[in-house]
Design a protein around this ligand. Structure first.
Ligand code: FMN
Length: 331
């Protein structure tokens, strides 16, 4: 139940809180490529191209997926404060980096589901360690598929043969990226010692050695310090989020679906690792399309597994200060 105090709070305070909460969203290389404008009557989401990855992500796919995840986080935060929300995505064709406008349209009782999602949002993280041997159940995958479907996004679970094809596509993407000095420099800039304060991926979150996993993990080039142990994970499940369009609207929806799926998975005790390099590189993205029998465009691949309860991760990756990622209208 939302409290009387929350109901009578000015909407600008609710928008500001939502924008702050959305800062916990996952993003490619932890670039946090979003900027919020908090107004008394609405919350606007912009892509911040000063934190884009022009070499790695020239079409801004992963920037839009990341911003879509932040958009979903903001929606979750507003609903958990007892509001109903109307969202317009890409409201102005003349401004392609204006990604969404959110408006509080009314009040509603806070459901248990809303509370679960906002709790999951505080716990969620990327897990690059091999998972334990317990498999993810078909029912859990079905539920994630249903959740992705709410955003018009499909979720396909790779068959064992397709996992082998995925491994080849990922390894080709890795080789292509390794051979491109511009891509290596960009990755190093966000994961090496010179990464910006409050952003990027610090060494504690990068494996100390290549984990033994069916589909090779991203090589961040930077030296990692996350102990991954020696086990080979045999029970991971690989899924892909995909859809019939390959444009900005679709990538933004894919990001919302990614966030919704990830928060639910977190609540279920599942570890999630995104693989986006296979989508970033043209040749391997085409391979993904063939694996999907040309039925759609792949947006992002996820490894799902049961998280190891005995080895919690070292806290959370850093975030930029609120006033870097948001501006608030003066009262
Ligand atoms: C669009 C997108 C693509 C990503 N791609 C990868 C990837 O290829 N490999 C990887 O290890 N992590 C990937 N990540 C995870 C980010 O590195 C991670 O979200 C970020 O460092 C923040 O950490 P957190 O998720 O633990 O909060 C991706 C995340 C997003 C949203």
């Amino acid at each position: 139940m939302n409290t009387a105090a929350e109901q009578h709070r000015p909407p600008a305070a609710a928008y500001a809180q939502a924008a702050e909460t959305a800062g916990r969203a996952p993003s490619i290389h932890n670039t946090q490529p979003w900027h919020w404008q908090v107004h008394p009557d609405r919350l606007d989401l912009f892509a911040d191209t000063s934190r884009a990855l022009p070499g790695t992500d020239p079409d801004e796919r992963m920037m839009l997926v990341s911003c879509g995840a932040a958009l979903h986080h903001a929606q979750v935060a507003l609903v958990a404060q007892g509001h109903t929300v109307e969202t317009r995505t890409l409201p102005d064709p003349a401004q392609p980096h204006h990604l969404a406008t959110l408006v509080i349209s009314g009040d509603a009782p806070v459901t248990a589901e809303a509370v679960r999602l906002v709790q999951a949002l505080q716990l969620r993280h990327t897990d690059r360690r091999p998972t334990v041997d317990t498999p993810v159940s078909p029912e859990q995958v079905d539920e994630l598929r249903r959740i992705a479907g709410e955003y018009g996004v499909h979720l396909h679970r790779f068959t064992p043969e397709q996992v082998s094809e995925l491994a080849v596509a990922v390894s080709r993407a890795e080789d292509a990226a390794a051979g491109e000095p511009v891509l290596r420099a960009e990755t190093a800039a966000w994961t090496g010692p010179g990464r910006p304060a409050g952003a990027g991926v610090p060494p504690e979150f990068i494996p100390d050695k290549r984990p033994e996993t069916d589909v090779g993990e991203r090589d961040f080039t930077a030296r990692g310090a996350l102990p991954v142990g020696g086990g080979h994970d045999k029970s991971s499940t690989y899924v892909v989020l995909f859809g019939g369009e390959d444009d900005r609207d679709a990538w933004l929806r894919a990001g919302q679906a990614l966030s919704a799926v990830w928060l639910h998975a977190t609540g279920q005790g599942l570890a999630v690792l995104p693989y986006s390099q296979v989508i970033e590189i043209d040749g391997s993205r085409a391979m993904m399309r063939r694996i999907l029998s040309n039925l759609g465009y792949a947006y992002i691949v996820l490894r799902l597994g049961v998280a190891d309860p005995d080895h919690p991760l070292p806290g959370h990756t850093p975030r930029l200060p609120f006033d870097t990622t948001a501006t608030v209208d003066p009262e």
